[in-house]
Design a protein around this ligand. Sequence first.
Ligand code: FAD
Length: 386
Amino acid sequence: MGSDIRRAIVVGAGIAGLTTALRLRGIGWDVLLLERAPARRRGGYALTLTGGGHAAAEALGILPGLRERHFDVDLLFVNADGGRRFTLPADRAEALRGGRALNLLRGDIEDVLFTAVPDDVEVRFGATVTSIAQDEDGVRAVLDDGTTERADLLVGADGLHSAVRDLAFDVGPSVLRDLGYTVAAFSLRKLPAGLAERAVTTFSPPGRSIAVASLGRDRAAAYFIHKSSDPAGDRALGPEQTLANRYGDLGWVVPDLLGQLADTDSVYFDGVAQIAADRWHRGRVVLVGDAAWCLTPFSGYGASLSMAGADLLGTALEAEPADIPAALTAWEARLRPEADRFQTRARRAAAMHAPSTRSELLRRDFLLRAASLRPVTHVLAHLSRH
Ligand SMILES: Cc1cc2nc3c(=O)[nH]c(=O)nc-3n(C[C@H](O)[C@H](O)[C@H](O)COP(=O)(O)OP(=O)(O)OC[C@H]3O[C@@H](n4cnc5c(N)ncnc54)[C@H](O)[C@@H]3O)c2cc1C
């Protein structure tokens, strides 16, 4: 590119894209961040940031901002009438996750990252790429407004259905490994009456699960997951119709949640699928986060690995500034075993999230009840750190 200052185009302003922008700017790169949505996404769903994600947040200096928004939550499991089956208290749940865990809304993480990204990072909303070409000197991206941008590196952080992956990797839909579930998650205006504050309350009728997370300060989110033989058909039908069809027979707080879906400002609705791409970089184009390795909600680690992976990308580029493809090769070699491990774990955990049969439900309950016993928590916490 003729100058010593490196330039990156980052596509997607989710957790992976924002972390990449922050990290690359921190090592002196110029960054252009493109986000398809017309404005910042808010709220979203509840998630836990842990492990490498927690460590990356610390390294990036955003841990204090995230801690301010964290709330300890008890995990409550209930029957169809809301009666308590059992509870996993907050301290045990946290110990199981290795003790360094933050319960947040996805929007909290994006908010804190966005605030930390310096003002000299150009962010364009309502913008995306329509073609990508590269040679030995750089990458050329044509944007949807017809303009062209050049850079040393293009980062596809545009999620599960990545356009960058389609444009630059020639892999097609076969990289999507469908796990046979559909998930909907959205923020709530109001916690339904009778539900505990600062808790995640879960009800699991066969093949389905409904959870409501209350994270304090009037922040609450709902999560629906069901086994589906046709996640693409569910997507085509849309969240309101699909959830009405699949959950309309249920009582408890479900009618209230379905009512709130109609006017929420942020719904995540998709099939549960992993990305099984045999490479995450090609020349000067690299995929990060769900675009590269999507772990799914079943792993409980997608946001964490998005943040850790983006942070590590900065480390790899800093270590090998003169040879970007070599830096990307080293980065991928370092990260792939962890992504593979969490993808495997997620596939194994699927039945825990939406038990289909009574025996699966009893097994899940048994494992969680056992995990809540203090000596067992201690051993599992130790194992989860290794
Ligand atoms: C219900 C649920 C619960 C979860 N729980 C956890 C948990 O407890 N712990 C955990 O660590 N992870 C969890 N995850 C996973 C985690 O949320 C994701 O792995 C993570 O958010 C992925 O971030 P990302 O930036 O890679 O992708 P995304 O969040 O999908 O962001 C992609 C961004 O790119 C934008 N975009 C898309 N296409 C284009 C385009 N063509 N051009 C420009 N921009 C584009 C999108 O608008 C978006 O802003 C959960 C996920 C779900 C759905």
